[in-house]
Design a protein around this ligand. Structure first.
Ligand code: 4NP
Length: 161
C-alpha cells in the first residue's frame, strides 16, 4: 500500500481536485487496494472548509466523484506517514519543505514533473480558470499513476526548491 498526499496552498482547490481525480483513475483501474490518497494545504487559511465551489462544479462537469472535504494543514508528521508528498508548484514545494523539514527520503515532488512538460499548476483561486487547472491535474495524475504502476523513467526533478 502506497500512501499519497497531494498538497497545495489552501487545500480547497487544487489538492482536493488532485485527490479525487487520482482516486477516480485508481478506481477505474481497479487499484484501490494499492493506494491511499489524501490532501492537505501549506496554509491554515482555509482549515475546516469544504472544496471551493468552482472545483466542485468542474468535477461535477467532468463526472469525477468526490466526497465531503474538510481542508487541513500539512503537518511535520505527514512526512513519516506518506510515501509521496505531491505539490502543485515550486512555491508550494518550498512551503512543504518548510513544514516537513529536509526531504531526506526524496518523497516531495511537483506533480507536473512526472510529465514530459514539467511546470507549475496555476492557482484557480487567483486565475478563476478551473478548466485549465483540471486539465493540468488530470495530465499530472495520469503520468504519476503510470510512473507508480510501471516505474517508467520519465520523471525529471526540474523544479528549484
Ligand atoms: P488552492 O487555492 O491552494 O488551490 O486550494 C487557494 C485557496 C485559498 C487561498 C489560496 C489559494 N487562500 O488564500 O485562502
Amino acid at each position: 500500500m502506497k500512501m499519497i498526499l497531494f498538497v497545495c496552498l489552501g487545500n480547497i482547490c487544487r489538492s482536493p481536485m488532485a485527490e479525487f481525480i487520482f482516486k477516480d483513475l485508481v478506481k477505474k483501474q481497479g487499484l484501490e487496494k494499492k493506494y491511499t490518497v489524501s490532501s492537505a494545504g501549506t496554509s491554515n487559511e482555509e482549515v475546516g472548509n469544504d472544496m471551493h465551489y468552482g472545483a466542485k462544479d468542474k468535477l461535477d462537469e467532468k463526472g469525477v466523484l468526490y466526497s465531503k472535504h474538510k481542508a487541513r494543514q500539512l503537518r511535520r508528521e505527514d512526512y513519516n506517514k506518506y510515501d509521496y508528498i505531491i505539490g502543485m508548484e515550486s512555491y508550494n514545494i518550498r512551503n512543504i519543505l518548510r513544514i516537513v523539514g529536509e526531504d531526506k527520503e526524496n518523497k516531495v515532488h511537483r506533480l507536473l514533473d512526472f510529465t514530459n512538460n514539467p511546470r507549475d499548476i496555476a492557482d484557480p483561486w487567483y486565475t478563476g480558470n478551473f478548466e485549465a487547472t483540471y486539465n493540468d491535474i488530470v495530465e499530472g495524475c495520469k503520468e504519476f499513476l503510470e510512473y507508480l504502476s510501471e516505474g517508467k523513467n520519465k520523471y525529471q526533478k526540474s523544479f528549484l526548491a
